[in-house]
Design a protein around this ligand. Structure first.
Ligand code: IPE
Ligand code: IPE
Ligand code: MG
Length: 234
């Protein structure tokens, strides 16, 4: 697995991990079983991306809109995340993976904030893949937070470049490739600013079934894209 030599590897891959609920429903199981399997698929994707040499992997784990789900389901998803960190933090450090969380942290329960901070701190010296987990994330909220930071500094005018400095992670390059599973063809308030010129890849595969082979399919598809950025073919 360690020696895939993929040409034109995207530097930043972002994934909307969707379809956990439907995966469970198809099997006559409660939705939370889908989330449990989804966490395993996320672990697989993280390990694979890191082995391939992808520099940035951003995973959409929980949106600000997801609070509207039944309390039980919300609690389960957040608990899965805390368990994931508790169980995998050492292995992340071993794989030299730097972990950060993207989103409004102040609205998260205190216990989760502490877990997140611990994980960020313990992986802060890791120089391998940058793993970014979007948690309580909204693309519109990120833009609004940036605008409010700018206003509070008394800045009266910005450029596209200077605006970027007020986003949550100014150092992270825009995604080259966005993957969304489960057949939904929408952005659902993910990385609105950053996805302006990303290549989009949609697959019918439900997130718990997304494995290394499916990941490779997305990467091969990306290799055949021609990124023009408004220019003409050369
Ligand atoms: C994605 O799967 C996980 C989260 C949004 C947290 P869903 O839970 O949205 O699964 P579906 O879309 O209902 O199948
Ligand atoms: C997007 O999935 C959010 C995450 C994957 C965390 P949703 O399932 O919440 O999106 P919609 O509601 O189908 O747009
Ligand atoms: Mg969904």
């Amino acid at each position: 697995m360690k020696h895939h030599n993929i040409y034109k590897l995207p530097s930043h891959v972002a994934i909307i991990m969707d379809g956990n609920g439907r995966w469970a429903k198809k099997r006559g199981l409660p939705r939370v079983f889908g989330h449990k399997e989804g966490a395993k698929a996320a672990e697989k994707a993280i390990t694979f991306a890191s082995e391939l040499g992808i520099k940035y992997l951003t995973l959409f784990a929980f949106s600000t809109e997801n609070w509207a789900r039944p309390q039980e389901e919300v609690n389960f998803i957040l608990k899965l995340l805390v368990d994931y960190i508790d169980n995998k933090l050492d292995s992340l450090v071993e794989k030299n993976i730097n972990l950060r969380f993207l989103g409004r942290k102040e609205q998260l329960p205190q216990s989760i904030v502490m877990t997140i901070q611990k994980a960020e701190k313990e992986t802060s010296n890791c120089t391998g893949m940058n793993l970014i987990i979007a948690l309580n994330y909204s693309g519109r909220a990120e833009i609004i937070d940036a605008v409010n930071k700018i206003i509070s500094k008394g800045i009266s005018s910005v450029t596209e470049e200077s605006f970027r400095d007020y986003l949550y992670f100014p150092d992270v390059p825009d995604p080259d490739l966005l993957i969304r599973t489960s057949g939904e063809v929408r952005i659902s308030n993910f990385l609105l600013w950053q996805l302006a010129y990303s290549e989009l890849y949609f697959t019918e595969v439900l997130w718990p079934d997304f494995d290394e082979e499916e990941f490779l399919k997305a990467l091969y598809d990306y290799q055949n894209r021609e990124r023009r950025f408004g220019r003409i073919e050369i």
